[in-house]
Design a protein around this ligand. Structure first.
Ligand SMILES: Nc1ncnc2c1ncn2[C@@H]1O[C@H](COP(=O)(O)OP(=O)(O)O)[C@@H](O)[C@H]1O
Ligand SMILES: [Mg+2]
Length: 274
């Protein structure tokens, strides 16, 4: 089921991966997904489902947390990257924007962007001018001499995305960009993320708990639960699927209940009742 989308020209293929933390906790149980070139794919699921773990497995960051890929493989642009180191992956064009906006709080906006260029030394490509970042995020231009730590959560998220753009990646992994932001800011940032995808052609794997905003800009979606994909499809289809509407988007007649964990149980019950 997880390979149900047309993956004729994928930038990323995750095949049946398993991840174990501390040699004890199994966080991913045979997870597969793919991201076609130039598309936005969203990975949805409730807290603890394994979304961030999936991104860390892809970008090579599991080792920092005593996690390990114990099965499966990951292909980036056709190449097996399962054992590649994080900084080599950045050079190869894979950029992970981690949850919680990892920016340098003591540096100014402009210094943060400058620092992002250091990671690229030796890659031998033209660096994205800062102007491109400022075109997408005029507010960053206004605040370019301000210390990043004093900016609002939304502006820090913009800076985190701006830092990714400097690297001119082929694929951006985005972990919950909506976290802690007001609905208005979420709307603004997601509109810009969509525009970046359309105008630069960069592929994106977007992790979110906020299914509504993610589905609005993504072409394809995967819904995961306890380490596995439960459901996937083109977002247009998912948005109109009755189960998804009731349980993932909160549109059902179930009193706002939208637990990802309940869906299996619910489907079983529905079968019994019908
Ligand atoms: N560094 C870690 N050490 C041990 N267990 C972890 C670690 N990080 C995550 N986990 C566990 O792995 C599971 C998935 O976590 P995570 O990928 O962070 O979920 P999500 O991003 O969907 O909220 C959870 O049960 C969580 O407790
Ligand atoms: Mg997470």
């Amino acid at each position: 089921m997880a390979q149900g989308q047309d993956a004729s020209d994928p930038i990323l293929q995750v095949e049946n991966i398993e991840v174990i933390y501390n040699k004890a906790v199994q966080a991913l149980r045979g997870l597969s997904l793919s991201v076609p070139k130039g598309k936005v794919v969203t990975l949805l699921g409730s807290n603890g489902a394994g979304k961030s773990t999936t991104l860390k497995a892809i970008s090579g960051l599991l080792g920092l947390e005593d996690g390990a890929l114990s099965a499966g493989r990951i292909l980036f642009d056709g190449q097996d990257i399962s054992r590649m180191r994080p900084h080599d992956l950045v050079r190869a064009g894979l950029f992970h924007i981690m949850e919680g906006r990892r920016i340098f709080e003591d540096l100014t906006v402009e210094e943060n962007l400058t620092a992002a260029t250091f990671a690229l030394s030796g890659r031998g490509v033209a660096r994205t001018p800062f102007d491109l970042v400022y075109d997408y995020f005029p507010r960053l231009h206004e605040r370019r001499h301000q210390r990043a730590g004093y900016m609002s959560g939304g502006e820090q998220q913009m800076l985190a995305i701006g830092r990714a753009l400097i690297a001119q990646p082929k694929l951006i992994l985005l972990d919950e960009p909506s976290l802690g932001l007001s609905p208005l800011l979420v709307e603004e940032i997601f509109t810009i993320i969509g525009r970046i995808n359309r105008q630069t052609g960069v592929s994106m794997l977007l992790v979110e708990q906020n299914a509504n905003v993610a589905m609005a800009i993504a072409h394809y979606g995967y819904i995961m639960e306890t380490g596995k994909i439960q459901l996937d499809g083109p977002t247009e289809k998912l948005m109109h699927d009755q189960d998804v509407r009731e349980f993932y988007l909160g549109h059902g007649g179930h009193g706002g209940e939208k637990s990802y964990r309940n869906i299996k149980h619910y489907k079983r019950r529905k079968r019994w009742l019908s």
